[in-house]
Write a protein that binds this ligand. Structure first.
Ligand code: PQQ
Length: 676
């Protein structure tokens, strides 16, 4: 059995050498993207295009989460480590699904509104007997892998007056645990911190954007970056952004780690840096020395970001044959809609091609600079950027199969218009400014003009050498899960409409499919125990799109499903959300609805969406609320009745008359929806 001694022995052996060795066998899944390249390509082939049709459930495990589940299950020595929402860690026997331990960092639920995009967590790191998890409220924990007991805890946040969060999985590179954070919708300065994996001592910190110019820059990279920002924008007051909230990879031979940086804060560059400028190192891939945190090179994918085009989307390291030369590259498909191939030794730009429709730029020149559409940066006119802030891709991991030479990526479009907010001021909580009551600082009004584009979702198999699509599969909508590819010629992906699917990696033919308990956003993992291959997926609908809308009414709490060939465990029962009618039958003052709309956008829209427009995501749409709840709305909102679910207490921020205005807007929206 899985005794603590056995778990200690197996996890104690996880280090740089074992992770490199495991890349050849694929027996464990020891780190977020499987290996340092994060290619999510497993050499296991027992489950393959011939046997995949006989996959059946081995076991399932209830995570209890009601919000988004984004973790890739990590598996070492037969133990699975997976996180649910609110950064809760579960250790499970990966062969049977029997629980071993859980660890709850007890994130204060008040912190829920201090992150843009759901109280999610992408998973843990394992190294020499320890499991590392970073909590939503910005703490980093080292746990005993055998018992879940806390060994040490560090506060990674430099300024608790600012809305910093962590959603990403830590990585261990060169004996250090590395973690970044989120917050660039609010106004923070992005940075990455490395801690000694054994002791938790801080080893280095690298900022991605410059700080207050009246103080000396931290290092040479900040001195250089400072010259690309206009002080007239007083960017340091808004933090500048550049948060590194997701992707990191590592090349042990080159002794370089790579990180993707986030968007500008505020989004609108005309406000952040009025004279223009590239605003280094926003929207970039940056190579750092993992021993020291020293900057080595960068390539900026979106100079002078203006559209929330983060470059934090998962990247993959590979060797590609390009124009007759074998090259060590980084492959990256960030929010901005272009697929990049970059030399990872030097940072040299090799190629970029759009993998979906884009309108903010027509392409990249030979120097690797985008050729922009001037309308995309208008000072006073609305612009429907394509892609939008939801990205042509988001954090949902892609995978690369060296046998087919293809990258498998979830691609999507969620329409949005940006109207410049020339009256923006830092931390002004004011009507119509999206989530400004929670501290958002965008410098744009969102959807003040209706978007014209249509939402879509698609699995794209991309040839990174030819820079073109090899095959693709259309889905019913956006926000489908991350992918896994295997030497068995397979691609696995979960979907927003609640299916787990296997495709033939060579041609996209669907080979197997099973319904699961909610929409899927996370990526699967695969591993071998006692000679048997397993495939696991953590299911739980959520993330920034999944908070407010959904593609299936199956909304069962988060759950891990594990499959094997010939598995016969019964699929667990699923729960369908009740389809409720539009709310009505409550008297309201029609003249209140307009003021209510402004307050709703500033206080409610980020989590509850547009009332009556869709049926809600993992947070309810109030257009379909129970009448009793709306009758009690002032009490519910002001007293914090749903604080346990992450909804703030609004007393002191709104008064009863304002809540009634918000209610008038909800009721009038429901009435309008009923008429349509
Ligand atoms: N997180 C998600 C998600 O979990 O679904 C989607 C996004 C984030 C985004 O689209 C973001 O732009 C984003 N931005 C930041 C940031 O600017 O710091 C953080 C995060 C996050 O930590 O999840 C997201």
């Amino acid at each position: 059995g899985l005794t603590p001694e056995r778990i200690r022995a197996a996890t104690g052996a996880v280090d740089q050498r074992s992770i490199i060795a495991n890349a050849a066998t694929g027996r464990d899944w020891p780190s977020y993207g499987l290996n340092y390249s994060e290619n999510r390509f497993s050499p296991l082939r027992a489950v393959n295009s011939d046997t995949v049709g006989r996959l059946g459930l081995a076991w399932s495990y209830d995570l209890g989460s009601r919000r988004g589940v984004q973790a890739t299950p990590i598996v070492v020595g037969g133990v699975m480590y997976v996180t649910g929402s609110w950064s809760i860690v579960h250790a499970v026997d990966a062969k049977t699904g029997q629980p071993l331990w859980t660890f709850d960092p007890e994130v204060p639920r008040e912190h829920g509104e201090r992150g843009c995009c759901d109280v999610v967590n992408r998973g843990v790191a394992v190294h020499q007997g320890k499991v590392y998890v970073a909590s939503y409220d910005g703490r980093l924990f080292a746990l005993d892998a055998a018992t879940g007991q806390k060994l040490w805890e560090r506060d990674t946040i430099i300024d608790r007056s600012r809305a910093y969060t962590i959603t990403g999985a830590p990585r261990v590179f060169a004996g250090k645990v590395v973690i970044g954070n989120g917050g660039a919708e609010y106004g923070v300065r992005g940075y990455l911190t490395a801690y000694d994996a054994a002791t938790g001592d801080q080893k280095w910190r690298w900022f991605s954007v410059p700080g207050d110019p009246s103080k000396p820059p931290e290092d040479e990279s900040m001195a250089r970056a400072m010259r690309t920002w206009d002080p007239a924008g007083r960017w340091w007051e808004a933090g500048g952004g550049g948060t590194m909230w997701d992707t990191m990879t590592y090349d042990p031979e080159l002794n370089l780690m790579y990180v993707g940086t986030g968007n500008g804060s505020p989004w609108n560059r005309n406000l952040r840096s009025p004279a223009g400028g590239d605003n280094l190192y926003l929207g970039s891939i940056v190579a750092l020395n993992p021993e020291t945190g020293q900057y080595v090179w960068h390539y900026q994918e979106t100079p002078g970001d203006h559209w929330d085009f983060t470059s934090t989307q998962p990247m993959i390291l590979a060797e590609l044959e390009i124009d007759g030369r074998r090259r060590k590259v980084v492959m990256h498909a960030p929010k901005n809609g272009f697929f990049f191939v970059i030399d990872r030794q030097t940072g040299e730009f090799i190629s970029a091609r759009n993998f979906t429709a884009v309108n903010w730029a027509t392409g990249y020149d030979n120097e690797g600079r985008p050729i922009e559409n001037p309308a995309a940066r208008s000072v006073d006119q609305p612009f429907e950027a394509i892609p939008t802030a939801y990205g042509a891709r988001n954090w949902h991991p892609m995978s690369f199969n060296p046998m087919t030479g293809l990258v498998y990526m979830p691609v999507h479009g969620v329409p949005l218009t940006l109207s410049p907010d020339q009256g923006w001021r830092m931390n002004a909580n004011s009507p119509m400014r999206f989530q400004s009551a929670s501290g958002w600082n965008l410098g744009f009004y969102l959807n003040a003009v209706d978007p014209k584009a249509k939402a879509f979702g698609r699995l794209v198999a991309w040839d990174p050498v030819r820079q073109q699509e090899a095959w693709g599969v259309d889905y019913s909508g956006p926000w489908n899960g991350g992918t896994l590819t295997t030497a068995g010629n397979l691609v696995f992906q979960g979907t927003a409409d609640g299916r787990f699917i296997a495709y033939d990696a060579r041609n996209g033919r669907k080979l197997w499919e099973v319904p699961v308990s909610s929409g899927v956003v996370a990526a699967p993992s695969t591993y071998e125990i006692d000679g048997e291959q397993y495939v696991s997926i953590a299911v739980g609908w959520g993330g920034v799109y999944g908070i407010v809308q959904r593609a299936t009414d199956r909304v069962t709490p988060g759950r891990v499903y594990t499959f094997r060939v010939g598995g016969t465990a019964p699929m667990p029962a699923v729960v369908e959300a009740e389809r409720r009618p539009l709310v009505g039958g409550i008297a309201y003052k029609a003249e209140d609805a307009q003021a209510g709309a402004g307050l709703y956008v500033a206080n409610c829209a980020g989590c509850h969406g547009a009332p009556g427009v869709n049926n809600g995501g993992n947070v309810p749409n109030l257009g379909y609320a129970h009448r009793e709840l709306l009758e009690e709305l002032p009490k519910v909102v002001l007293d914090g009745a749903f604080l346990g679910s992450g909804m703030p207490r609004f007393a002191g921020r709104l008064d009863e008359a304002q809540v009634l205005q918000i209610r008038a807007f909800i009721l009038s929206s429901a009435e309008a929806a009923r008429r349509n």
